[in-house]
Write a protein of this length. Structure first.
Length: 240
């Protein structure tokens, strides 16, 4: 019965999202500039961490990666970009960031194996989008209207104004998609709880962003390197 109710809610919720979809599409391009900036910084991190091959490979394919980053937010796929690590769930009636990221990443490897390199990097970009989203507290607290829009707009306006938002090295390199999602989600929640009582909204946003934006860059670098390592394993298997 509970599952039936959840599925019914999901249908109604997605219908409401479709009604405002044209408005959403107009703002996606602006919002995804932050995701593209994170990808750019991730590539710098790979270079400074000594992963020269990864730096060159990601630089050559950054356009396709960024296409995937933008696509991941279209048609309200963002309703599936939430993940609470304590409950292992996203928004009620929707999928969640862990499931979606795992799916996109698997698609990236499959496309690469089939020789479609452009699509492989496209889906890698979509996977990057998901691990970046779960660094945002509202995506982890799973509160769609808890100052979510206001905070994201603040980041869009200020992300290039503070060098303290930039990471240049120290990538975070994990072995599994679940580790990336869980680490970012838990780190985001801790950061939010640390600064949530700061009364000055501007200062609160700044302190939170100083942590989570660099976290997004460092884990994106990690995911990019993981992809190349996994691709190398696929190549070795095919040559055996």
């Amino acid at each position: 019965m509970k599952k039936i109710i959840e599925n019914s809610y999901s249908t109604i919720f997605k219908g409401m999202l479709k009604a405002v979809n044209p408005i959403k599409k107009r703002i996606i391009k602006t919002e995804c500039k932050v995701h593209q900036y994170i990808n750019h910084q991730a590539i710098i991190i790979l270079k400074n961490d000594g992963y020269d091959y990864a730096y060159r490979e990601m630089s050559l394919n950054i356009d396709k990666i960024n296409e995937g980053v933008v696509w991941a937010d279209q048609d309200f796929k963002s309703s599936n970009h939430f993940y609470n690590p304590q409950r292992s769930k996203g928004l009620y009636g929707c999928s969640n960031a862990l499931k979606e990221c795992s799916y996109y990443y698997a698609r990236a490897l499959t496309k690469f194996k089939k020789g479609d390199k452009d699509k492989a990097y496209f889906y890698l970009g979509a996977a990057c989008h998901l691990i970046q989203d779960v660094t945002v507290p509202q995506h982890v607290n799973v509160k769609l209207l808890d100052s979510h829009r206001k905070y994201e707009q603040w980041i869009i306006k200020t992300y290039r104004n503070h060098d303290s938002f930039n990471a240049y090295d120290g990538g975070l390199y994990f072995k599994s998609i679940k580790e990336f999602i869980e680490f970012n989600a838990n780190s985001s929640m801790r950061t939010y709880n640390k600064f949530k009582n700061e009364l000055n909204e501007e200062l609160r946003y700044y302190k939170i962003t100083s942590v989570i934006l660099k976290l997004a860059q460092r884990t994106t670098a990690g995911l990019m390197l993981k992809f190349l390592n996994d691709v190398r394993k696929l190549k070795n298997l095919s040559e055996e």
